[in-house]
Design a protein. Structure first.
Length: 110
């Protein structure tokens, strides 16, 4: 990954160079869901995970749901809300072109 320092600026601009996982720690647990934006992410090569703990919770790693405007959301239940302290974006490509990823919506977990 390049640009990880931009996560602290509120204007994340991260370039994915190869397969890997990006773990985000929101500092405390929130009743929330995980959503982020990316103008050019290959959604079929990416999953996301959430947890109250520092490892993905079993059953909470899923493909992302894409929305207009480059928004992507992890939907783990019909109400959306979960206990979220940690979130992961997992890049697992078979062939990978570098991708820009902006993490967070309005600078925070939703």
């Amino acid at each position: 990954f390049q640009g990880l320092g931009s996560l602290k600026t509120g204007k994340a601009q991260i370039t994915v160079l190869s397969a890997g996982s990006l773990r985000l720690d929101f500092g405390q647990e929130h009743a929330a869901w995980f959503e982020f934006t990316s103008p050019d992410m290959p959604v079929n090569q990416v999953t996301a995970s959430i947890s109250e703990y520092n490892q993905p919770w079993p059953g909470k790693t899923r493909a992302l749901k894409a929305f207009r405007g480059g928004k992507y959301r992890l939907e783990t239940n019909s109400q959306l809300y979960e206990g979220v302290r940690f979130a992961w974006i997992n890049f697992d490509p078979t062939s990978f072109d570098p991708t820009c990823v902006a993490v967070g919506t309005e600078g925070d977990v939703i």
